[in-house]
Design a protein. Structure first.
Length: 441
């Protein structure tokens, strides 16, 4: 056959090849002789946390990724800007929606920043701090469960996905009991909490801890020693300690490179220095190490939750005593949904005209925060979550800016993926565990 096995013609989309004959070897030889650019593809959405708003731009040579870039900015929530048009307490309803898998961490970081500006850090009731820690650690478990479940699903390990979401539901049920909502709680407020734990919460939380202790070993049995699972994750998404430090990666990505950096230990907040827990690390620098770290972090979080439950036996206040800051709340489930109870409203309206005016001003205008700026960090499931709050002395923030770990860790995507296979890109991104609500805030 005299005709070439593959001929090319230029189109607006680039060269189009028409295979006219010959065996496969001839087609391959013709392709290798052609002086063509490598193929650039748009990949995704793959990992569920991206749900169509993370664009992976890959340049591939065959099955090998030669260049990888992240395209972000498609979620454009404008949360940080929105906080400038609401009072300080209302800001919690915005920031809780950033990384929507870790709402309690967003709320705590923001409230710690506001409390630092107000100079009331020492006035926060112990019970409020203990409940904050408990909610954050339960939230860490629920977030890691989503990471392991969705990451497993991308590999075809659908049983892990079913187990992960099964256990997450139990934690979300507890959140709903305590705050009235499964997500986006706005339960942690400047000065403390919206309200105390409801009746029966302690018993349900102890049952939850018992169930989770029974269920967590199942992930080890399913995946940890599974040769297919290990082969799919080991040496994939490799990033050593030098790369992590250069790119500012934190959380399980950094700890998988062997550095036990954890803000709860290095710069304690909410009394974390009084809790007994370990910071797990690995020396694999790969996706498998990050999986093992998240499993162990869930066990450590359960340890902390048990300590919190022991400390919550004694009742106490959950909001600062200063009535000029403490937003009064007594939530109840009425026919129109969750809101302030009628008895609470009657009490406010029936106390005195001055009390009613004060309440009205606090809720509509809000309290004033002295001018200044503060930076606070917490250890979220994805790494170091920082908030920089600026006040000009008014009742609304002048500026709120978050250092979200998903945004920083995503910069490591290129280093993890270039030189690897196309199929391994999904594993690498899943091991970073990005949530785009935190990236495009």
């Amino acid at each position: 056959m005299n005709t070439p096995p593959a001929s090319a013609r230029e189109t607006t989309e680039g060269p189009v090849y028409t295979v006219t004959g010959g065996d496969w070897d001839e087609v391959v030889q013709a392709a290798t002789k052609a002086d063509d650019e490598r193929i650039v593809v748009n990949m995704g959405p793959q990992h569920p946390s991206t749900h169509g708003v993370l664009r992976l731009i890959l340049e591939i040579d065959g099955e090998t990724v030669t260049e990888a870039r992240c395209g972000i900015g498609y979620l454009h929530t404008g949360i940080e800007k929105n906080t400038e048009f609401r009072n300080w307490t209302q800001g919690t309803t915005f920031v809780t929606r950033m990384d929507y898998l870790t709402p309690f961490f967003n709320e705590t970081a923001y409230c710690l920043g506001v409390e630092k500006l107000l100079g009331i850090e020492e006035q926060i009731p112990d019970r409020a701090s203990i409940i904050r820690v408990m909610l954050m650690e339960l939230n860490r478990i629920s977030s890691h469960l989503v990471c392991i479940a969705t990451g497993g699903m991308e590999l075809g390990a659908t049983t892990i996905m079913i187990y992960g979401f099964r256990d997450r539901e139990l934690i979300l049920d507890a959140f709903e009991l305590i705050t009235g909502l499964r997500m986006n709680h706005a339960f942690i407020r400047p000065g403390g909490l919206a309200q105390d734990l409801p009746p029966g919460a302690m018993d349900q939380l102890r049952e939850l801890v018992k169930t989770m202790k029974k269920n967590l070993p199942e992930y080890d049995k399913l995946a940890t020693g599974n040769p297919i699972f290990k082969a799919r994750m080991q040496d994939v998404g490799y990033l050593d300690l030098t790369g992590c430090v250069a790119l500012g990666a934190t959380g399980p990505v950094l700890r998988s490179a062997g550095l036990p950096h954890d803000v709860r230990k290095s710069d304690p907040y909410c009394g974390y220095d009084t809790y007994d827990f370990d910071v797990p690390t690995a020396d694999t620098c790969d996706s498998y190490g990050r999986f093992l770290i998240r499993l162990e972090e869930m066990r450590q979080s359960l340890r902390i939750v048990e300590q919190c439950l022991d400390r919550l036996r004694e009742p106490g206040p959950v909001m600062v005593a200063d009535k000029k800051i403490a937003w009064p709340a007594q939530l109840a489930l009425g026919p129109d949904g969750l809101g302030n109870s009628l008895d609470h409203i009657k009490k406010i309206m029936g106390t005195s005209m001055e009390a009613l005016i004060h309440h009205f001003k606090l809720v509509t205008e809000g309290f004033r925060v002295p001018p200044g700026q503060a930076y606070v960090t917490v250890e979220s499931p994805r790494g170091e979550l920082g908030v920089h709050v600026v006040s000009d002395g008014g009742t609304r923030p002048y500026r709120v800016h978050f250092r979200d770990p998903s945004f920083t860790n995503l910069q490591a995507m290129a280093a993890m993926c270039e030189g690897g296979q196309v199929a391994d890109v999904i594993v690498a991104v899943a091991s970073i565990d990005p949530v785009m609500g935190g990236v495009d805030r």
